[in-house]
Design a protein around this ligand. Sequence first.
Ligand SMILES: Cc1ncc(COP(=O)(O)O)c(C=O)c1O
Length: 400
Amino acid sequence: MFAQRLAQVAPSATLTVAAEAERLRRAGVNVVDFSAGEPDFPTPEHVKAAGKAAIDANFTRYTASQGTPELREAICARYKRDYGIDITPAEVLMTVGGKQALFNAALALFDPGDEVITHAPYWPTIPEQVKLVGAHPVIVPTDAADGFAVHAEAMIAAITPRTKAIILNSPCNPTGGLVEESTVAAIADAAARRGVWIVVDLCYEQLIYEPVPHNLPKVLFDRHRGRTVLAGSASKSYAMTGWRCGWTIAPKELTTAFNLIQGQSTSNITSITQKAALAAVSGPQDAVTAMLNEYRTRRDNIHAWLTAHPAITCVKPKGAFYLFPNISELLSPDGLRTSADFAQALIEKEHVVVTPGEAFDAPGYLRISYATSMEQLREGATRILRFAESLQPAKASASS
Ligand SMILES: Cc1ncc(COP(=O)(O)O)c(C=O)c1O
């Protein structure tokens, strides 16, 4: 009855878990919700004010589908300021969040039968969008033992004559890992030799905790500019998830193709959002720094609290706002067999909502969003530890 392409695509597991949390909350249950993939902070005041001013000034009509020239100029200025790269407004297109940025890339670049390489654990939308356009995701696993590092050799080894693109996500949702500059350089060189596109999801680019070199735009522009797509978003850095603002930075001809797709689908992103995004991108950045500092403190606390349990191990995230602990030692054939079972039982017994690793192609793990208050983190950690204790009293007390 429906189009065949739907048979390939899985629903968003992260949204399903969030809906379960909402259902419990409405039923009056005291839920601790660690599923949210969005900041708990309000949008910064000056950004909200710009949105309100846009309405009052009747800036409420269609704009160019690519986005207003002033906003695209501001994106160019920001990438010059942050990364030292020169781009022109003709290479920028404003999208309905980073999701549409990536989907435009999938629609414009991937044909049925093409292979698209990415790394796991991954944000599920990445492979699902590849499938939606009839292409095949090729998944290269990474390992918690070395901090979920993406290795260039493994990515390059996955290239075949059918490979159309490589999608990288750094900082990574769900692992919080960064793809190192040297890795991206090696991948870019191989991609350049094989005519393969590189798409980088930079959704969390401003949420990196330690000052490490991470200028992926420059590395890619120096080596492979003609076939690089950068996908950005205002959602996480500026606490603007509901405004729906993202962008692509891509060669002019490809940006024209994106604009063709968008002109026949959504047209421009909301005019009001564009004014707010202009204030976000070109105004003071103190709010971004303040949120980052708060996320860092939360990360350190929740990481310490959970890893105090002998059966929970966890790589400390370098960016984004998710903890990705391994709880496989708490699973057993005659108890909770999978991390999905674990997450379900955790909701039922302790009313703590987390996303099971299965959603990210990483069974045995849980994703915990720490974009929530310290009180909630403390309470949730207490409940998770109590739950873990109830599963493995002998082991936990033997080693404590
Ligand atoms: C890795 C990653 N990329 C892109 C996005 C897209 O976010 P948005 O469409 O709100 O910009 C998300 C949102 O959760 C994400 O986690």
